[in-house]
Design a binder for this molecule. Sequence first.
Ligand code: MG
Length: 169
Amino acid sequence: MLSEKMQKAINDQINAEMWSSYLYLSMSAYFENEGLTGFASWMRVQAEEENMHAMKFFDYVNGRSGRVKLQPIAEVQTEWKDTLDAFKDTLEHEQKVTGMINNLMSIAIDEKDFATQSFLKWFIDEQVEEEATVNEILDQLNLVNASGHGLFMIDKDMKGRSLPASGAE
Ligand code: MG
C-alpha cells in the first residue's frame, strides 16, 4: 500500500506529465503554424510520450491499490519567439521534471518504499535521455543559428521520430 504522502506526490506527478503532454502539443501546433512540419511531428510524438508517462504512474497507483485523483491541467503557453526559444523552454521544463522525479525518489527512500524506488528507476534513466536529446537538438539549432537552410535540414531530420512500439519504453 502506498502512503498518503507518496500517493499525493504521484498524483501530482500524473498532473505534471499531462501538463507536459499539453505543453508539447501546444508547441506542435506552433510549429505547424510556422510551416516546420518536422518539428511539429517531433513535438506531437513527444506529447504522446508524456501521456504514456502519465499512464505509467496511473497504472502504478492502481496496481498498488492506491487511488488516482486527476486534477485540472493548467494553461500552457501558445507562442514562442522562434524554434530556439521553444527548445530552450523544452530543456528548462525537462530539467524541472527531473527535479520532480528526484523528489519522488527522495520520498520513496525516506519511507523505505522499495517498490516505488524500483518503479521510479525507469523514470530516472528516462530523464537522463530526455535532457540529452533536447541538448543535442539545441546544439544543432545553435550551430545553424536556428535559421535558413540549416533549420530546414534539421526540420527534415526531425520527421524521422516515431513512437516506440512497446509504449513508453
Ligand atoms: Mg515525462
